[in-house]
Structure formats: structure tokens, C-alpha cells
Ligand binder design. Structure first.
Ligand code: FMN
Length: 171
């Protein structure tokens, strides 16, 4: 399958980047085609709610920023993986911008399955991110293929790697 991973942590050697890489390695080993995008390095503005896309724009966003690179990748993805650190009890702003900029498109055309990889310092802080993720799965008619969370001492461990392998096996 064609898999797109959005990795939103600005920390190149952090837990989220590690989880995204482990997912990529496991998925490639299983024969999938994987594209990993570090969205924290992109300039993706928030949606302006100008409705240009739903009027004169005919589905195109008026803002010509780095989302122009992401729209074609989103259009081709069959599996979409969201990998984000938890900031203030939810996915970070670097992840929220590309998700909300999909407003012009509606649903990503080919996405059938999704997965969520999240890192945090504390336990019990995943309710917001998980609720949003499940709502997006429903909204985009995508099946939840699995969620892996890694707080503090679960980060970069063999156990977390095995959990990632398990959700790749679930594709
Ligand atoms: C702005 C900011 C907000 C954060 N908010 C939370 C939080 O609400 N709960 C929590 O457990 N950790 C919070 N953290 C800690 C990160 O989620 C944690 O360090 C995570 O492992 C970072 O992942 P990364 O190394 O992949 O970037 C926050 C960190 C930052 C920078």
C-alpha cells in the first residue's frame, strides 16, 4: 500500500521521529511504499476560512505555502499515519495545520486506513489526541489500524517497537 507518514515533532532525535522511522522501516520491510514527511520543517499556515476553495478556487487553497507539496501526497496515500508529540493534551500545532488545511479537499481521496503514533512526558494525556484521531478516521471514512503511545520511559524501547510492528501487521 501507499503509506504517508506525517511526523510533526521539531525534535529530530526525539521519540516521535523515532516512532515514525520505526513505522517506516517495518512497513517497507512488509513491502509497502512509504513517504515520510517532517511537517514541523514545513511552513503550513492555518486555514483562513475564506471559502475561496469552495467558491472561485474550485477545491484549491488560496494560500500557496508548503501545503502545495503535501496535497498531491495526501491525494495518493492509501494509509495515513499521524505521528505527533503531545503538546497541551493534544497533537501539536505542526500537525493541526496540515489536517485542517484539508478543508479545501474534503477527504483525502484514497485513504482507507489510518494510524496514530504519539509521544508525551506524562501518562494519561492522550484523550484529546485520540478523540480527534478517531473523529478524523470517521470523517474521512478510514479504518483505525492502531494507535501507539509512548510516554517518558516507554520511548525508544523494544516494547514500543513491537507495538509499532503490530499495527503495521494490521494493515
Ligand atoms: C509546548 C509543549 C507542550 C507539551 N505538553 C505536554 C502535555 O500536555 N503533556 C505531556 O505529557 N507532555 C507534554 N509535553 C512534553 C512532550 O510531549 C514530550 O517531551 C514528548 O516526548 C516530546 O516528543 P518528541 O521528543 O518526539 O518531540 C509538551 C512539550 C512541549 C514542548
Amino acid at each position: 500500500m501507499n503509506i504517508l507518514i506525517l511526523q510533526a515533532s521539531p525534535r529530530a532525535n526525539g521519540s516521535t521521529a523515532w516512532m515514525a522511522e520505526e513505522y517506516k522501516k517495518a512497513a517497507e520491510a512488509a513491502g509497502h511504499q512509504v513517504t515520510l514527511v517532517n511537517v514541523s520543517k514545513k511552513k503550513n499556515a492555518g486555514c483562513l476560512a475564506c471559502e475561496y476553495c469552495h467558491t472561485k478556487g474550485n477545491g484549491a487553497c488560496i494560500q500557496k505555502d508548503d501545503m502545495q507539496e503535501l496535497y498531491p501526497l495526501m491525494a495518493e496515500a492509501e494509509v495515513l499515519v499521524l505521528a505527533s508529540p503531545i503538546y497541551y493534551f493534544t497533537m501539536n500545532a505542526q500537525m493541526q495545520a496540515p489536517i485542517q488545511r484539508m478543508y479545501c479537499v474534503g477527504s483525502p481521496a484514497k485513504v482507507k486506513k489510518m494510524a496514530l503514533l504519539v509521544s508525551s512526558y506524562s501518562p494519561g494525556v492522550y484523550t484529546g489526541a485520540m478523540a480527534e484521531y478517531h473523529d478524523i478516521c470517521n470523517y474521512w471514512h478510514a479504518e483505525d489500524s492502531g494507535i501507539v503511545t509512548a510516554m517518558n520511559d516507554e520511548q525508544k524501547t523494544d516494547e514500543t517497537k513491537q507495538k509499532i510492528q503490530a499495527i503495521v501487521n494490521n494493515l
